[in-house]
Design a protein around this ligand. Structure first.
Ligand SMILES: *[C@@H]1O[C@H](CO)[C@@H](O)[C@H](O)[C@H]1NC(C)=O
Ligand SMILES: *[C@@H]1O[C@H](CO)[C@@H](O)[C@H](O)[C@H]1NC(C)=O
Length: 395
């Protein structure tokens, strides 16, 4: 649509960067081990949400910079951080970003084109400042949309900065965030997402990720590559065309079914699956499957694992055997998963299935199932590529 294109162009000419011509970025994604008093009761009770289940990007915001640790999320667009003055902020270990101390902070007005970018959650009413509101399954944030100078540091030590990046200055934030998570950085397809904004100055709106399996030492960081050099190619690469749905944020694929060993479990028993029924969401640790599909899948997993599960869970103390599961997406895209991706080791030594059932007709592929794949997201080409990779070997 023409208005969208106009806004994109308006934005691209606004973000300025110190990146060399088309130079890509190679960043670290870290996981935080929580101190015991930081673990929310919900996380402690739930069997498949161990600590260190989110991947965090470090980004320097403002002048002089405040280091913000933000959850890396392909399931949303906006970058927001807890921001003073707080109407309501959850507890945070590091200092909360204070725009009154930054010389490069600018609030946006409702008249500015950036206030109306896709995925911004902007709401203009009454006042002239661009307010936003954003809700997640597990929390919400409200505040004002603003622009700031942002900088990221590559593994090589080089720092690249970007001026005029649109972000949410969150004054009213709540949810299941822990004290080490200072905000959330959206890498969705929408125009306001961090990758959409900085992509043109680093060689394109594309990025790739290699996430460590849960069971690796959380001190080992995972990799995030943005722009040129992030392409996933070579032998063993499986590329899928993303499905265009009404949702302009998500990376959607069509999941036809899941095999357990040689047994194919179809997505639905009542006809073909809806187009774009599965999204890739790094901001959610478990994979979420519709109840009915989960039931059929769980029965098959129980049938094929040699040992007995603990009570009526899909957690095992004993041998998992050599269980191979395959995600079958449209277009002949088949992702083979080993127990590294399908079972998490719990603190008590048992192994629990990384998928859960939800009351929804669509599926969400969480970050645990994408571990040890180099996954390339290309917004302009509308593709996602997968390459089985030992992520500890990527630097
Ligand atoms: C803060 O956010 C909560 C949750 O969305 C909302 O109910 C409340 O009214 C907000 N408070 C203010 C002062 O805006
Ligand atoms: C993506 O699209 C560009 C042109 O828009 C093309 O040059 C490039 O080869 C494409 N990349 C892949 C991996 O298809």
């Amino acid at each position: 649509m023409a208005p969208t294109i106009f806004l994109l162009l308006a934005l691209f000419s606004i973000v300025e960067s110190t990146a060399g011509e088309g130079g890509g970025l190679k960043l670290e994604l870290i996981r935080h081990r929580l101190s015991p008093d930081n673990v929310s009761p919900m996380a402690a009770k739930s069997q498949i949400w161990p600590e260190t289940s989110q991947f965090i990007v470090k980004i320097a915001v403002g002048t002089p910079p405040t280091e913000v640790h933000a959850i890396f999320d392909t399931g949303s667009d906006l970058f927001w951080a807890q921001c003073r003055p707080c109407v309501k902020c959850y507890r945070q270990t590091n200092p909360i970003y204070d725009p009154s101390k930054s010389s490069t902070f600018r609030t946006l007005s409702c008249k500015s084109p950036q206030c109306h970018l896709t995925g911004s959650g902007a709401a203009c009413s009454g006042t002239d400042t661009c307010k936003y509101g954003y809700g997640y399954g597990s929390g919400s944030t409200q505040g004002e949309l603003a622009t700031e100078k942002m900088a990221v540091t590559s593994r090589s030590g080089a720092t690249t900065s970007f001026s005029g990046v649109v972000f949410g200055c969150g004054h009213n934030n709540s949810g299941t965030f822990n004290a080490n998570e200072m905000g959330l950085i959206g890498f969705g397809r929408g125009a306001v997402s961090f990758v959409s904004q900085i992509g043109p100055s680093v060689g394109g709106r594309k990025f790739s990720l290699c996430l460590m399996p849960y069971n690796t030492d959380p001190r080992i960081s995972s990799s995030l590559s943005i722009g040129s050099g992030s392409e996933v190619k070579g032998p063993g690469v499986i590329t899928a065309q993303l499905v265009r749905t009404s949702d302009q944020t998500s990376y959607s694929l069509t999941l036809k079914g899941i095999s357990v060993g040689k047994t194919f479990v179809p997505y639905s028993t009542s006809g073909p699956p809806a187009k774009g029924n599965a999204i890739l969401d790094t901001g959610t640790p478990p994979t979420l499957l519709p109840k009915e599909l989960y039931g059929r899948l769980a029965a098959e997993v129980r049938r094929q694992i040699p040992s007995k599960p603990i009570d009526d869970t899909l957690c095992y103390k004993g041998n998992l055997g050599n269980l191979v599961m395959t995600l079958h997406f449209d277009g002949g895209v088949n992702l083979r998963l080993s127990t590294i991706q399908t079972f998490n080791k719990m603190p008590d030594g048992s192994f629990c299935f990384t998928a859960m059932s939800v009351d929804d007709k669509d599926a969400l592929i969480g970050n645990s199932m994408m571990a040890n794949f180099l996954v390339g997201y290309d917004i302009d080409n509308m593709t996602v590529s997968f390459k089985p990779t030992d992520c500890t070997k990527i630097g």
